[in-house]
Design a protein around this ligand. Sequence first.
Ligand code: NAD
Length: 489
Amino acid sequence: MSVRISNNTMEVFNPATGEDITNISMTTLQELDSILQKAKTEAEKYNYSSFFRRQKLMTQLQKGIVRRTDEFIDTICSETGKKPDEGLMEVFISLEHIKQSSHHLYEALGKRSRRSGILKTRKAWVEYEPMGVAGIISPWNYPLILTVSPLVEALLAGNTVVLKPSEHTPLTTQLLKRVWDESTERPELFQPVYGAGEIGNALVTSPFTDVICFTGSTAIGRKIAEACAPLFKPVILELGGKDPMIILEDADIDRSVDAAIWGGLSNAGQTCISVERIFAHEKVYPEVVEKLKREIQTLSSGKGETPIGAISVDVSLEKIRDQVSEAKNNSDVFEGNADEGRFIPPCLVVNPPFEAKILQEETFGPVMTIHPFQSDNDAIELANKTGYGLSASVFGKSRKRINFISRRINAGVVSINDVLTHYGIADLPFGGKGLSGMGKVHGKEGLRAFSHQKSYMDNRISFKAEFWWYKRSKKFAQVLRKLIKWQYS
Ligand code: NAD
């Protein structure tokens, strides 16, 4: 791991170099309680703030992040072991999400009238109101974007936020908090807490949190769902994936291979929407395997100018090594190079058996598997063979076949002739099915996920009484029967 925990202190170190960075005190349960009380008190005022005011705060945050771009890149890279370009991409995507979420606020949460149907004398409408205090828990693999994006959505929806970053990557959140405080001068609206599972669980079960947004593993997501269920606490779960990529025989093979390399290896494969399983039509399978193998063997993971960085946490390192070592006993495995230390060589595993760990568990490393398929239905069956359903990609030319396949793939998002890029479209709802979670972040749906939808009704014309109330006429039933016949028969 990139942190050692002892005596309520987190010692953070750089996973790529092993160099110690700093120590951070963990939030105690008593501190958490008073932070949450403060968030609740503030929520009572902030919940009624205008959209304009909230948008202004986001613009201030956005500008604050731009001013500190280099500091963010350094911090992200030092606590994750990423490459600087990957840190830069994270800053860029975070800024795009802040800007676009803010832009969509009125459209997503503005008052909307509804048809009143047969009740012509009534007007009906919907408004969105904040839930109160949002508890956000984030993972380590993208410490800025996966913190900023739910933070901004919760705040724009009018909630105050108590946020716990991963214990492996607290420094990016510390910097974000500094930038928030200095740019907005509203420190009480966003308060971070630091620690591991215990503090996360306390945040989830606290009576002061009104909604939970969790991004992380399926195993912890299940625990959170179980904790929220008896409390009837709304929960958004953004969990793991085992994303398939399908390559049809009419696909542009060079683009597909380059996309697989990018989709599977960027951030050393530590992306929830990484390409983990490739399925290529049998007619192009030998060519795809050959080209992927050649590309992978020229790539390396390491400290210097290599494109692929470190594996950020120990458990992940052990899991990837275990999966690859088992694969070497039952399949052909082609690898690139890797420096000593926490680096895994980029790797292609050819046609492993279905029972192999590498197909049963999320890998979360720079490793991909490849299998051939014969028909579109085979491809769909193979792609849907795990319980995950996060994202998927289909490469090919025939729109008809692409549509047929994409509509049958178990996934929250399908990319056509592309990978990962959909995450940069801030208006596109994001979230998986099955073991990949429930609920959406991003887009109007993300803003609504942090809101209660409240329905209203009013009279256009006021009468002394309504004809269906108790003092009704004897002809009531006769009139209603006529109305039913006239309107619905
Ligand atoms: P994790 O589940 O181990 O931890 C995530 C967060 O949960 C951390 O902040 C951790 O401290 C906290 N936590 C641990 N136990 C808890 C408990 N009992 N109650 C409350 N909080 C608790 O995940 P991770 O290793 O940090 O992240 C990697 C996983 O996240 C991968 O499975 C990856 O696919 C997934 N992920 C999903 C998305 C998505 O948007 N779907 C994005 C990024 C990562």
